[in-house]
Design a protein around this ligand. Sequence first.
Ligand code: G3P
Ligand code: MG
Length: 251
Amino acid sequence: MWPYPKVVAHRGGGKLAPENTLAGLHCGIEHGFHAVEFDVMLARDGVPVVMHDPFLGRTIPGSGKVSDYDAVELVAMDAGNWFAPRFMGEPVPLYTQFADACRAGGVWMNVEIKPAPGFEAETGRVVATLTQAMFGLQIAADDPLQVPLFSSFSTLALAAAQLAAPDIPRALLVNDPPAGWLEQAKTLGAVAIHANHQKLTRQFARQVKQAGFGLFCYTVNDPLRARELLGWGVDALCTDRIDIIGADFAG
Ligand code: G3P
Ligand code: MG
């Protein structure tokens, strides 16, 4: 059984506000969302920040790699103006800051571990260790809604997270499901497969469910498609369109 919310705001709170920012999270909360997916990677000094791209230039001004900057430099960067001038000055959040805000807002977290190339195991280890320290009591109490769910495309990151914090649940992210997905998911002790809905077939959905995994789809922005996927037995989905696929969409 899927113990988590069925509709999750993507990239920190949907796309009505800048992705992976506190403004985005609060926008999601204002729209009634109590579940969020967001992306985490390491700054140069090993501090995790909430960020999707490994390079500057799209959501924060400048150029070069995110991993070439310390966290203190990244949090001073403007992650809002690219989206709209009214968000100018919106900072890049630290992971711990964003997780605290989720906790304060009663928001369940799907933490996508998004390592920069070459930092896969380190990112998994650091994020898992920090999460264990922050959520130790909730993890011990085994209340799924109080504990983040990790996901990653990187099996190295997930394996490192498993080693560092075995009791924090993990999900394997897949785009085109690799031939060995089932073995990988079992080896990683994954509870779910997070699949690209554009690549998802009914047959793959059935295989995932028959193997006993939860099935989560990204990123579904069309309500008709969302209904179809739920009809296929998909347990949950994330969306950018928090305005048309609401938190209670799946009933
Ligand atoms: O975690 C699901 C989804 O966020 C994966 O794609 O590129 O938006 O992080 P992306
Ligand atoms: Mg993501």
